[in-house]
Design a protein. Structure first.
Length: 92
């Protein structure tokens, strides 16, 4: 089965163990706006490790997305404050 653009957030969510979606509340206009992903419940101390998890899949994900993917991480506190309806990831 071939990966489609709409499948990218779900695949990233599975890889990272954090909810992800295409960004819908992007401020401003910049190159890659349509390829911006929100990743939730990701505190600063874990963000670099999460990006490393994406590295092996990045070429395929970016091919499907149409170019480089921009990841915006939201900490646990900010996710709860700004996106109260976002479901927390399962504890592992």
């Amino acid at each position: 089965m071939s990966l489609a653009r709409e499948d990218v957030p779900a695949k990233i969510s599975r890889l990272l163990g954090h909810p992800a979606r295409w960004a819908t509340q992007v401020v401003g206009d910049y190159e890659g706006r349509e390829r911006t992903l929100d990743v939730f419940f990701a505190d600063a101390a874990e963000q670099l490790a999460l990006l490393r998890l994406l590295r092996p899949e990045r070429v395929e994900l970016e091919r499907v997305a149409g170019g480089p993917i921009i990841v915006i991480f939201h900490t646990r506190a900010e996710t709860k404050r700004l996106y109260p309806k976002m479901a927390q990831p399962e504890a592992t």
